[in-house]
Design a protein around this ligand. Structure first.
Ligand SMILES: Nc1ncnc2c1ncn2[C@@H]1O[C@H](COP(=O)(O)OP(=O)(O)O)[C@@H](O)[C@H]1O
Ligand SMILES: [Mg+2]
Length: 260
């Protein structure tokens, strides 16, 4: 197994098991009364999988993540975590059950130091602090070296690392990431994708929304294409990358094999 392949290794021994960690079952959800944004939307993430959600702007990608995390009202259908129904549970209950969420923006406390941000991530279980700090600073060593620095003084890429680390402090079973590469330079985007891959390889089932569809499909085990609040296509990352319909409608020239 080499690191040079852009596509995550095919499932095999030690790779994703069959156990379903997150199931979104026929979910209809929305913000305003009478206005549904998601329509009968379904998704499954199995143990150890890295799942990508792509689709045009406004397709409902963020809404889907927010509905898993109890931030958007689910009106029909259900959400299940390891077989247990978690539909419309409040975010703090979900964190305690092992769901981590990194929103796209405003995801760090700028006036707090890196360490304080990480401590906020584990306030529900402060005894685990030292062990979890060790885990996240092994994945993000540059944060470990600068724990006393204020998050507000960090670059966009570094803040994204703090946000992901904070969500990892509780040792989540599943991590929900909303556009981890947004707003970053191409080099920093690559770095963000590598870190997401590392987090996933450490055993964290991960559901990632991305506007950078091609890069996302290259690293995810399976992907879902959302269009107008519906799950329009699903397949392995490689299948979707090579699917003419997906290329034509959602990847455009980004579907061709060009370098970022
Ligand atoms: N807080 C909100 N209140 C009302 N409508 C919203 C809100 N957030 C998003 N929407 C609407 O939901 C739809 C899907 O948005 P979103 O899930 O953010 O799409 P994506 O993440 O795929 O770009 C859009 O039509 C958007 O205008
Ligand atoms: Mg979004």
């Amino acid at each position: 197994m080499t690191n040079s392949s852009p596509v995550v290794d095919a499932p095999g021994p030690g790779a994703p098991a069959d156990q379903v960690v997150v199931e979104v079952r026929g979910v209809t959800a929305g913000y305003l009364p009478g206005v549904d944004i998601l329509h009968d939307c379904s998704l499954v993430a199995r143990q150890g999988e890295l799942i990508g959600i792509i689709g045009p702007n406004g397709a409902g990608k963020s809404t889907l993540l927010k509905s898993i995390f109890g931030l958007v009202k689910v009106r029909d259908g259900g959400i299940f975590l390891n077989g247990e129904e978690i539909t419309n549970l409040k975010a703090n209950r979900l964190v305690a059950k092992g769901v981590g969420f990194v929103p796209q923006t405003n995801n760090v406390f700028p006036s707090l130091t890196i360490q304080e941000n990480l401590e906020m991530g584990i306030y529900l279980r402060p005894k685990g602090l030292a062990e979890r700090l060790e885990f996240v600073t092994a994945i993000f060593p540059e944060l470990g070296r600068r724990l006393k620095q204020r998050a507000g003084s960090l670059s966009g890429g570094e803040r994204q690392m703090v946000a992901m680390s904070r969500a990892l402090m509780m040792g989540p079973h599943v991590l929900l990431l909303d556009e981890p590469s947004a707003g970053l330079s191409p080099v920093r985007q690559d770095e963000a994708f590598l870190r997401v891959k590392e987090i996933n390889k450490a055993g964290v089932t991960t559901i990632m929304v991305e506007q950078n569809a091609r890069r996302c499909l290259q690293i995810c085990h399976r992907g879902y294409v959302l269009d107008q609040g519906r799950d329009a296509h699903t397949g392995t990352g490689r299948e979707l990358l090579n699917d003419p319909k997906v290329i034509g409608l959602y990847l455009g020239t980004l579907g061709q094999d060009e370098d970022d």
